[in-house]
Structure formats: C-alpha cells, structure tokens
Write a new protein. Structure first.
Length: 319
C-alpha cells in the first residue's frame, strides 16, 4: 500500500508542473499586458520611455520561458507575488481559501448524510412514498443547473421571504456571530448540497438494492437473523464501499462548483477572488488561484485513488 501511495504522490509532481505550464502560457496567449492595467492611458502616452524602463525592471521583456521559470520558482519557495493593486497574493489566498473549504466541507457532510440516508431508505422501502419522492427529487436535482438553483434560492428565501441574506459571509453589525455565519452560509451550502444529494441518493439506492438481492443476504434471512440486523450489518456496510468512492469522486466537482456558487452569492471565497481578478485583468491573481483550484482537485483525485485502493486490493496491485 505504501508503494502505491508513493507512486501516486510522485506522479502528482509532473502533473502539477504541466498544469502550471498550461495556466501560465494560456494566460500569456490572451495578450493581457499588466502595464496597461497598472498605468492609466494618459500616463502611458506621456511617459513612454519610463514605461519601457518599468517593463524592463519587471522582467516583462524576458523570453516567456524565463518568465515562467521565475514565476514557478517563486511559487515553489512560497512567494506567490503581488496582485496588480499591490496586495500580496499569499495574504489574499490565506484569507479566502478557508472560506471555500468551509463551504465545500459543510456541503459534503450534509449531502452525504441526506443523500445516503434517503437512498438507503428508498431501497429498503422500494416503491414506497419515500422512494417515489426521492427518485423525482434526484432527477430534478441533477437536471437543474446549480447556478439556477442558487438564483431561485435567493429569489424565494431572500427577496420574497427575507429569511436569509443573499450575499457575503458575515454582517459587520451582527450581534451574534454564530447565528449570523449560519444565516449567510445556509443558502450557498444548500445550493451545493442539492446537486450532491441527487447523485448520492440515486447511487446509494441502486447499490443497496443490488446488495439486498445478493445471495448472502438471502442466506442471512434464511437463518432467521432479524431484519434490522440484515439491513445494518450485512446490507448497509457492503453497500457503502462503492458509495464512499463515488462520494470522494464528487469532491473535485464540489470544489469546482463552489466557484460558480460563490459568484452567485457574492461569497468571499477563492472562486469570487478568481472571477473578480478575471474581470479586472489581474492576471497574477488569476494564475495563482487557477493553479490552487487545479491542485486542490488533483489532491482530491489522489484521495479517491487511495480510498479505492484501500477498499479494493486489485487497484493497488494494478489489476
């Protein structure tokens, strides 16, 4: 197992380098000139000679491969550089990334509890009311785009009912920080959770049905084992192995989806930071945030591989 983990970790290194290469050169091909974002057109036209000197000082006249090497070297040493407004990117990431992980973490926990719970009950009570309602909700949850769900959430619960705030994470004037944080997190977490619940609900139901139709379940019932013990000890435990793998596979999608949801709710996470940087042509921030999101998804994929190898020895043996 240790050999398998080390192999996967070593494989991540060239993958991260390739991702950083694509991110850097992809943004360079857009033709964005940082000087144009840093200096007004009037100053540019009046100080053309000084602008050339500034470009030389910043190393913007160096070959792209040299600029990429300098940028990657800074990333590896912890120097993420500065945004075009002079703010250290490392400070921005340290402030915003925990908010994104918080949003994704709560959504993951809630979707696992609700989706797996309803899926298992639907399988046990097949063709019952919960099963029919769960299947309808699962189809709707997968069919409706997350950003549309978010907009509907804002329209119903913020504009019409006024129960929850529609944007931001905290209210500076709030008297109870815990309640205020809960109110601000509720709608974005609920929006992300709905899509995840739909996937987990259907998969947990189908997997549990396959397990309940297995021969060893029939054997357990023939021995007179209580039905609740059949469901809990033999059914649920065996059905959860593939469901956990699917749950881990959804984490990268959850991280990527939080970028869109943060924009809808103006939630101050890493996704909002990236979209704001794109709008303002702050390409140093765009490069770092894109690389961090890609690296996070790569780490999640690594965790999926490790979990899959723990559950199925054939994976780590290369079969």
């Amino acid at each position: 197992m240790l050999k398998f983990i080390l192999k996967k970790l070593l494989l991540m290194i060239p993958m991260l380098i390739v991702i950083s290469f694509i991110v850097y050169f992809g943004l360079q091909l857009t033709g964005i000139d940082p000087i144009n974002s840093m200096v007004s057109p009037e100053v540019l036209s009046a100080n053309a000679d000084r602008i050339d000197e500034l470009r030389e000082e910043l190393g913007l006249n160096d070959p792209l491969i040299v600029q990429y090497g300098r940028w990657l070297g800074g990333i590896l040493t912890g120097d993420l550089g500065y945004g075009l407004d002079g703010t250290p990117i490392a400070r921005t990431i340290a402030t915003r990334l925990p908010y994104t992980l918080e949003l994704a973490g709560y959504s993951l926990i809630l979707s696992a509890i609700i989706g797996i719970g309803i899926g298992i009950i639907s399988a046990i009570r097949q063709n019952g009311v919960i099963d029919y309602v769960g299947r309808v909700l699962a189809v709707l949850g997968q069919a409706v785009p997350q950003f549309l769900v978010g907009i509907l959430m804002i329209w119903i619960f913020s504009i019409k009912l006024g129960w929850f705030p529609a944007s931001n994470r905290v209210d500076p004037m709030a008297t109870n920080a815990f309640v205020d944080a809960f109110l601000h997190l509720f709608l974005p977490v609920a929006t992300l959770t709905i899509g995840m619940v739909a996937v987990l609900m259907r998969y947990a139901r189908n997997t549990m049905l396959d397990v309940l139709n297995s021969d060893y379940i029939k054997t357990a019932r023939s021995k007179g084992i209580p039905e609740w013990k059949v469901y809990l000890k033999h059914g649920f435990r065996n059905a959860m192995k593939p469901v956990l793998v699917i749950l881990m596979f959804r984490i990268p999608t959850l991280i990527g989806g939080s970028v869109v949801i943060e924009s809808v709710f103006s939630y101050p996470g890493i996704g909002t930071t990236m979209t704001n940087a794109i709008t303002s042509n702050d390409y140093p921030v765009v490069m770092v945030t894109t690389l961090i999101i890609a690296a996070t998804m790569l780490v999640c994929s690594f965790m999926v591989d490790v979990l899959n190898a723990l559950l199925d020895p054939r994976v780590r043996l290369g079969e």
